[in-house]
Write a protein that binds this ligand. Structure first.
Ligand code: GAL
Length: 961
């Protein structure tokens, strides 16, 4: 390998493919009960230079005066603390691909920290300095002595420093380079964020310290017994008081235990006592096995209802504190998520401890991605180049050794999107040898040469189904393995659509063991002028825009509608109408737990107003089993719609949610609402430039309504456009048709409305138009037929497509403005509660709802179509009531669709003094094409003849036929 001679001669390690120099062998990560430790987190001095070799090493010498340096917080990234800027690319390296070389412009942060040892720091033993995460390459000096350097950003690195420590005035100097040979292995789709972003700790290591240890805690589901063996230093003892265990390290002990599962995260507290220290153990007994072509834990096949989690905080980047990590775990548990893939690197170790405690299955992924090599057909890919293999093995070992004692970790992942190669095989071989108790995962090798599970990302439903049926082909080895979707349901912007359809497949075929939605959180950077910044907002020369905002929660961790949908789709209890009338069937969809922690409640609702909620006695079926329960008699709706709602809620407080927290729910119809009145009888009357019809006044020339029931309305007309979503636009590399760009090309965002006739005859005012974009023949013949009974006014819209339509429509309905209405105005409606679209409507719950117009907006980081409510029977806002026949999609915004479409950031959206209301007959599906398949064909909105009606009246009116 060629290498450049750096100017100072001392920074050659930056471009060296080796993992580093001077570090200790990797080992288990633990916090000793009694050995001293000193956190070196906090304020550090910082000097950033433009190149790796701009400054000499003198800053590391004791006595160096850094008084005029800046101060930064460690853990942290200097680019998020006012020094330089973050860079976002998906898979392109933001530097020339010329491995192992990196740019001469290589922001380098010299970090300095002075510290004294606490007065009671023990005199015996030795000490270790641990870095839990530094991006991307660091060289370290303690008290002027060069102790080594390392790469592997999201992995721990330790140095023996005992001999160098002084009681007071220690000088720790760390030179961090943004770019290094290691950067070639860290091409994950995220911000490039240099810095010391995880903890720095000095650990006293007493004589006879535990050092490394390996807890083996298996569970035999046939006998109900666990076998514990802790491999550690000779002479160490293991005690587990609750189990009466007191054995020598290395000695197995078998006894009855309660197993650990993500649903029942039973941990036993133990202690590993060596000559020098006591180490707390949290032991979970479970056995992971590939058996009959499926992954089983404790003899039971798993169904992953997972998410991909990057570490993210909108101000602190990947420097997460414990509270934020816990928030992630609690949010996941509360939304029925049962698994996490730590995409695409081992997380802060505290996160795994939380997964053990609260119960989440974890695929722990190595800090490895070389995706940018795809641009050159994977030429020079480090994972297929023996010179890099030591670095790959170092990364594998640092992950496995650090995390091997977590019961939550049920699979190791070699990394992400790194092509294929001998380096990966070497990693897999090493991991299989070191820890045969866990399967190995990697997505990029479809032949499954090195892996124990067949893993794919963004497979369309049909391919998932074929794999479920075993018809997908592939190598002999692969055909014997279960399929998981390590990524699916791309949660960028509005969406993902189609989750319920995936879940149905996962639940239908044994070989399908679920998946992990991409991804947990939007990586938006808090920004004073933009709301949240994304790629390109920092002037990056290469970037991938808002592709970095594709999470189920917004950057501040507010759940987006996608998470609410996912929660419903993966709920562990299915409630549905039973076989007999007036019954519901309750199915336990947990893999391990019974339903005893839950209680069931029911109510009826009339016109969306619930009766008092009451307990419903439901037996506790075993996993996979169902029980059928009779519902009490429903009230008479007197022409109004009657429904039932059954909810499963926590009967007691749990560590992750309080009593009453809703886990699952369902609704059903008892009686439908009566048809709407025809609203006829009144006759249109021409009066100068106006036509009046009952409580409506129209422009005599255009036939457009000016007021309805006394409320001014403007621009009421057919509307087919929506501000395209990220999933409508699709990703540029998608080879399937992407409708967002086609819609725009066709001109659906600039439809012209040619007036053909205004006919006031009999009891109707009929306005005929043809709606079409300039330059095209395709159009929609649209007739608006208005009638009234004197008090109410009814509009029937008929649409007949005309010409050669090759694309579906984004939406089909009417839009109008309510001048003078504001974001503060309230909306009341009976219909679905949260945002919903045809393939994202599982969580839409029918009730009477109340919200302000502003609250109906979903604040996607990049503004786009949002906020539709499904199945709306009626809605009231701005002094107007509208009842729909059939039910309609309701949307109201304090700005126009055009404005929404043009906005790039939340802060671009400013109310324009009118509330714009869309009443849609249909909507096109959402899909997942921002990085996956588009909507399934059944969610397409093809232009075809359609007719739909609305009755306008005064609020509080309840038109009935
Ligand atoms: C996958 C990749 C992820 C992310 C995602 C798109 O290909 O593994 O890291 O880039 O696509 O958001």
């Amino acid at each position: 390998m060629s290498s450049r001679t750096p100017a100072s001669g001392s920074t050659g390690y930056v471009e060296d493919v080796s993992p580093g120099r001077g570090t200790l062998p990797p080992r288990a990560w633990y916090a000793s009960s009694d050995a001293a430790s000193l956190s070196l987190n906090g304020g550090w001095r910082l000097r950033v230079s433009e190149t790796a070799d701009a400054e000499d090493d003198s800053f590391a010498e004791p006595g160096f005066d850094a008084g005029d340096w800046a101060e930064v917080t460690v853990p942290g990234h200097w680019v998020l603390q006012g020094h330089g800027a973050p860079v976002y690319t998906n898979h392109l390296y933001p530097f020339p691909v010329d491995p192992p070389h990196v740019p001469t412009e290589n922001p380098t942060g010299d970090h300095l920290r002075l510290f004294d040892l606490p007065g009671d720091w023990p005199a015996d033993g030795t000490a270790v300095l641990r870095f839990d995460g530094v991006e991307s390459c660091a060289r370290v000096w303690l008290n002027g002595t060069d102790i080594g350097e390392f790469k592997g950003s999201r992995l721990p690195h330790e140095f023996a420093v005992g001999a160098l420590l002084k009681p007071a005035g220690n000088v720790l100097a760390v030179r961090v380079h943004q770019w290094s040979a290691g950067s070639y292995l860290e091409d994950q789709d995220q911000w490039w964020l240099p810095g010391i972003f995880r903890d720095v700790t000095l650990l006293h290591r007493p004589d006879g310290a535990a050092g490394d240890f390996f807890v083996h805690a298996d569970y035999d589901h046939v006998t109900g017994e666990g076998t514990l063996r802790v491999d550690s230093a000779a002479g160490a003892r293991v005690t587990v008081p609750e189990l009466g265990v007191d054995v020598a390290a290395g000695e197995p002990v078998t006894l009855p235990v309660e197993p650990w599962t993500a649903e029942t995260p039973r941990l036993y507290d133990g202690v590993l006592a060596t000559a020098g220290e006591r180490v707390p153990l949290r032991i979970g007994f479970r056995t992971v096995a590939l058996d009959d072509g499926v992954i089983k834990v404790n003899g039971t096949p798993l169904l992953f209802k997972g998410v991909n989690r990057h570490e993210w905080h909108p101000r602190r980047g990947r420097a997460l504190d414990l509270a934020t990590m816990r928030e992630d775990v609690l949010l996941m548990k509360r939304h029925n998520v049962n698994a996490v893939r730590t995409s695409h690197y081992p997380p802060h170790p505290a996160f795994l401890a939380l997964c053990d405690e609260y119960g989440l299955w974890v695929i722990d992924e190595c800090d490895l991605e070389t995706h940018g090599f795809v641009e050159q057909d994977w030429r020079d890919n480090p994972v297929d180049d023996d010179r890099w293999t030591p670095a790959l093995l170092d990364r594998a070992a640092r992950m496995v050794e650090r995390d091997k004692n977590h019961p939550s970790v049920v699979m190791w992942s070699l990394g992400n999107e790194a092509g294929t190669g001998r380096g990966l095989t070497a990693m897999a071989d090493w991991i299989h040898g070191r820890d045969p108790s866990r399967p190995v995962h990697y997505e990029g090798d479809f032949g499954c040469r090195d892996t124990d599970v067949y893993s794919r990302m963004y497979l369309p439903h049909a391919e998932v189904e074929r794999a479920g049926e075993g018809l997908d082909g592939g190598t002999h080895r692969r055909r014997g393995l279960p399929l998981i979707l390590c990524e699916y349901g791309h949660a960028m912007g509005n969406g993902p659509g189609g989750l319920a359809d995936y879940q149905r497949l996962f639940e239908s075929y044994d070989r399908l063991q679920g998946g992990f939605v991409w991804e947990w959180i939007d990586h938006g950077v808090e920004h004073p002028a933009l709301g949240y910044a994304y790629g390109g907002d920092f002037g990056e020369e290469l970037h991938d825009g808002n592709f970095v905002c594709d999470g189920l929660v917004f950057p501040d961790r507010t759940p987006s509608p996608g998470l609410i949908e996912y929660k419903k789709v993966i709920e562990p209890v299915r409630i549905e109408p039973g076989d007999a009338d007036g019954t519901v069937r309750v199915t336990n969809r947990y893999d391990f737990a019974d339903l005893s922690p839950l209680e069931f409640v029911f109510s009826h609702q009339v016109d969306g107003l619930p009766t008092e909620e009451r307990r419903l006695a439901v037996p506790s079926p075993a996993p996979g089993e169902s029980a059928e329960v009779k519902l009490p008699a429903a009230p008479d709706g007197g022409g109004a719609e009657v429904q039932w709602t059954v909810r499963a809620v926590l009967a007691e407080d749990t560590p992750w949610a309080g009593r009453g927290h809703e886990v699952a729910w369902a609704q059903g119809t008892v009686t439908r609402r009566a048809p709407l009145p025809a609203a006829t009888g009144a006759r249109p009357a021409v009066d100068g430039d106006r036509i009046t019809l009952g409580p409506a006044v129209f422009d005599a020339r255009t036939g457009a309504p000016r007021t309805l029931c006394g409320v001014p309305v403007r621009d009421l007309r057919l509307d087919v456009w929506r501000a395209t979503t990220d999933n409508d636009d699709g990703a540029s590399w998608q080879t399937d048709t992407r409708y967002g760009p086609l819609w725009r090309e066709l001109g659906l965002h600039r439809m012209r409305h040619r007036l053909e006739a205004v006919e006031a005859d009999g009891d109707a005012l009929t306005v005929r138009t043809r709606v079409a974009p300039a330059g095209r023949e395709a159009g929609l013949r649209t007739a608006y037929r208005w009638t009234s009974d004197g008090g109410r006014v009814r509009l029937t819209v008929s649409v007949v497509p005309d010409g050669d339509w090759q694309v579906p429509l984004p939406r089909l309905g009417i839009r109008f403005g309510l001048p003078g209405a504001t974001a503060e105005d309230s909306v009341r409606w009976f219909g679905g509660g949260g945002e919903a679209y045809p393939d994202t409507r599982a969580a839409s719950r029918d009730l009477q709802w109340d919200a302000r117009v502003g609250e109906l907006q979903t604040p996607y980081v990049r503004p786009q179509e949002n906020g539709a409510r499904a199945d709306v029977r009626w809605a009231e806002t701005g002094g107007l009531r509208v009842d729909g026949e059939p039910e309609f999609w309701f949307t109201a915004r304090p700005w126009t669709t055009e404005h929404l479409d043009a906005a790039r950031h939340r802060t671009d959206l400013v109310p324009d003094g009118t509330v714009w209301v869309n009443l849609d007959h249909r909507q096109h599906g959402i899909g997942s094409q921002s990085c996956g398949p588009g909507p399934l064909p059944r969610y397409y909105l093809w232009p075809e003849p359609a007719e739909f009606s609305f009755v306008f009246s005064e609020p509080g009116d309840r038109p009935r036929g």
